[in-house]
Design a protein around this ligand. Structure first.
Ligand SMILES: Nc1ncnc2c1ncn2[C@@H]1O[C@H](COP(=O)(O)OP(=O)(O)OP(=O)(O)O)[C@@H](O)[C@H]1O
Length: 258
């Protein structure tokens, strides 16, 4: 199964989620490939301490090397296809090659996790098209949700259904929307709430995923729960809800014309 981890708004926790989910699935005995799909501003490689590896996805997408030559096994057991931080590497990459590259190796793994760039651009369209499922990452704030709704709609147009939503950084003061409100707006299930957790940042500073850094931390536990849900029952059906009166949520829906 190919899962694209994406968000409309940047900085909400895609890379954190991609790395943590990959490590967690690996702990459940799954063979996982984590791909750093943000070819202009790569971050995933950093959490696996592989940002300097060469060849990277850049060399694969420029046709210089075979994809298998750019996949490295991390000590957690996760296989990683990192992307370098080089601007030259970005310039020579052809994102249109990504679907063939991913499909060439997908059958070697139980799960392929793609850490996608933020926003809705051509790169994102490619990441959505190649995936079997979209895993949306949001924070409990309005703009994050509004952007996520648009992304979900684009994914559906590309034929990629929503697997579910990771509600990240819960407990931070975002003037928060609640889980029910978010599910109603996105029309999708919140699979897990990941709390605001200082260990996430501390882990990143040490170039590791939070699970590797502190397995018992609240965020790590949430990602383990997510992995157990995905590994146990990968299909989640989106929920339709009925609105009876114009609430704050209805106003946002009207604003979005959904
Ligand atoms: N649950 C959490 N608790 C505390 N800090 C978090 C949490 N999740 C993410 N962060 C922090 O938020 C910042 C952004 O996270 P991350 O890089 O995963 O987001 P992103 O969506 O991949 O960003 P970008 O759009 O720039 O690629 C990082 O500093 C990360 O350590």
């Amino acid at each position: 199964m190919i899962i694209t981890v994406a968000s409309g708004k940047g900085g909400v926790g895609k890379t954190t989620t991609s790395a943590s989910l990959a490590v967690a699935l690996s702990k459940f005995g799954k063979k996982v490939l984590a791909i750093d799909g943000d070819i202009s501003m790569a971050n995933l490689g950093i959490l696996f301490n592989m940002e300097k590896k060469k060849p990277s996805l850049h060399e694969v997408l420029s046709g210089e090397v075979d994809v298998r030559d750019a996949i490295y096994r991390h000590k957690t057991g996760v296989y990683v296809l990192p992307t370098s931080l080089s601007l030259e590497g970005y310039k020579k990459s052809d994102i249109d090659l990504l679907p063939d590259v991913v499909n060439e190796v997908a059958d070697d793994f139980d799960y392929v996790i793609i850490d996608a760039p933020a926003g809705l651009n051509r790169e994102m369209a490619t990441h959505l098209a190649v995936a079997d499922r979209l895993l949306l990452v949001v924070t409990p704030e309005m703009f994050s949700i509004v952007d996520a709704v648009r992304l979900k709609e684009s994914a559906e147009m590309a034929g990629t259904p929503l697997m579910g939503v990771v509600l990240n950084r819960v407990g931070r003061d975002f003037g928060e929307l609640g889980r029910d409100e978010i599910e109603m707006l996105i029309k999708g299930k919140v699979l897990v709430e990941v709390p605001e957790d200082e260990s996430v940042r501390a882990a990143a500073l040490k170039k590791m995923s939070v699970i590797e850094y502190r397995e018992k931390s609240p965020a790590s536990q949430a990602y383990m729960k997510l992995a157990s849900m995905i590994a146990g029952d990968p299909i989640y059906i989106e929920e339709e809800k009925v609105f009876k009166k114009e609430s704050f949520i209805d106003k946002i829906k009207r604003f979005l014309k959904i």
